[in-house]
Design a protein around this ligand. Structure first.
Ligand code: SAH
Length: 416
């Protein structure tokens, strides 16, 4: 099975990576200067409380506090979640007196758009948002045949330190609030409705909106568990939220095992994705630092348990990096570990690495990618190579990094 068990010394050959600046934040390092994992979100001013942070009952109570009957909450919900507006002037079904105060209390502004980039075809749009405290986050909107996917951020920065990921190099600035996460969807829907997402067929669709959400932007969603869950509840709530299908929402994680097990018990059948990237602990310890805490087998057991509880087929993400994790023997070992946990519960999504600035790593060669995929498929594991979108606007996986330098370089192609 093993053609070549030797593995490169990843860290010793590593070139210094570009470290984007995060406002008001300094990365913590150990004695050897290696960045430390961060779980706690640094203390910063809280984002303003917003309707989308509250349960439907809390919204009614808040409206009552503002001196209005509770049913006004449902009207504001409708404006925000289905008409994508937070402009009181458009809410003519609300009484003029007190309307401004009501809207200011429930829908404070959360995201300021600082940059918008789009591909030539216009079917991929990257947004750069500034949060109330100056923290920067990004979302990427992609049109595919029959679906529209939004890649959302769940944290400003990320504390998980994966060396091949641009966000991982920047460290964690702070957790995003549920409403800040949801606002990315509202703003994307507004853009789609206003005709801002190019349609290759050239046909207008008034009722189009985001159909799929992937938590694959900045941040580790399960390290911001409660807020991500609240955001998912709002996205899926048919009566008081956006009424999206939970199946169309993918939560992707480095493998925080206790949180995976908790997610399985929530009774919300979101799609679950595990960023594995290596089937052996020796290499995964280097690529995904959290592997020092929860090993490959523990993460895979938790993924299998997710399938058992929810009946939802799990995705395994695997960025193919030349001569690092793309060996045939690793494809075989991955297949063996997945098959050892049963059949039909999992599929694998390899994706060619998007090199981040300054990185020594490159994507695997095409024949090597194909061989990796073939071996998994032959072993009975459904495997499809993922397409990378939006590279030219730095909107592809692992490229999301919001520096002023980037923003300036992008100025020329800015669409906003
Ligand atoms: N923290 C979550 C979500 C972040 S990104 C997670 O790790 O799953 C979503 C996916 O993009 C992850 O699988 C991540 O490992 C992958 N990714 C990060 N950098 C990448 C790069 N440079 N090329 C390809 N995929 C990358």
């Amino acid at each position: 099975m093993t053609d070549e068990p030797a593995r490169p010394h990843v860290l010793s050959t590593r070139a210094p990576q570009v470290r984007p600046r995060a406002e008001g934040w300094t990365q913590q390092k150990d004695a050897e200067g290696r960045p430390l994992l961060q779980f706690g979100s640094p203390k910063r001013g809280k984002p303003p409380a917003h309707l989308a942070d509250l349960t439907p009952e809390q919204r009614v109570a808040k409206v009552a506090q503002l001196g209005l009957p509770g049913f006004r909450a449902a009207q504001v919900e409708k404006h925000y979640f289905t008409h994508y507006t937070s402009d009181p002037a458009q809410m003519t079904d609300l009484p003029a007196s007190g309307r401004e105060e009501l809207v200011a209390g429930l829908l404070p502004p959360l995201l300021t758009e600082v940059r918008r980039l789009q591909t030539d075809r216009g079917d991929t749009v990257k947004f750069l948002w500034k949060l109330h405290d100056g923290a920067l986050v990004e979302s990427v909107l992609m049109r595919y045949p029959g679906r529209i996917t939004l890649c959302v951020s769940s944290q400003a920065g990320c504390g998980m330190n994966c060396p091949f990921c641009a966000t991982g190099q920047a460290g964690l600035t702070r957790n995003m609030s549920a409403a800040e996460i949801v606002a990315q969807v509202v703003r994307a829907n507004r853009l789609i409705r206003d005709g801002g997402l190019g349609d290759p067929r050239g046909v207008g669709h008034d009722d189009e909106r985001v159909t799929n959400i992937v938590f694959m932007g900045m941040g580790e969603p399960l390290a911001n568990y409660a807020r991500v869950l609240q955001a998912v509840r709002v996205m899926t709530d048919k009566k008081h939220g956006m009424g999206m299908s939970a199946r169309g929402i993918t939560v992707s994680t480095v493998g925080l095992v206790p949180a995976i097990r908790k997610l399985a018990d929530e009774g919300i059948p979101v799609t679950f994705a595990l960023s594995l990237h290596a089937p052996d602990d020796g290499l995964r310890d280097e690529m995904i630092p959290i592997n020092s805490r929860w090993k490959v087998d523990e993460a895979l057991d938790a993924a299998r348990a997710y399938f058992d509880k929810t009946g939802r087929r799990v995705s395994i993400e695997y960025a193919l990096i030349k001569d690092m994790n793309d060996h045939a023997w690793r494809a075989d070992l991955l297949a063996e570990k997945l098959n050892a946990r049963g059949r039909g519960w999992v599929h694998v999504n390899p994706i060619p690495l998007n090199p981040t600035p300054g990185s020594v790593w490159t994507s695997s060669e095409k024949p090597v990618q194909d061989e990796f995929v073939r071996r998994l498929n032959d072993a009975g594991i459904p495997t499809t190579l993922r397409d990378t979108r939006g590279k030219e606007i730095d909107g592809a996986c692992g490229q999301l990094v919001a520096t002023e330098a980037d923003a300036e370089a992008a100025e020329a192609v800015s669409a906003s």
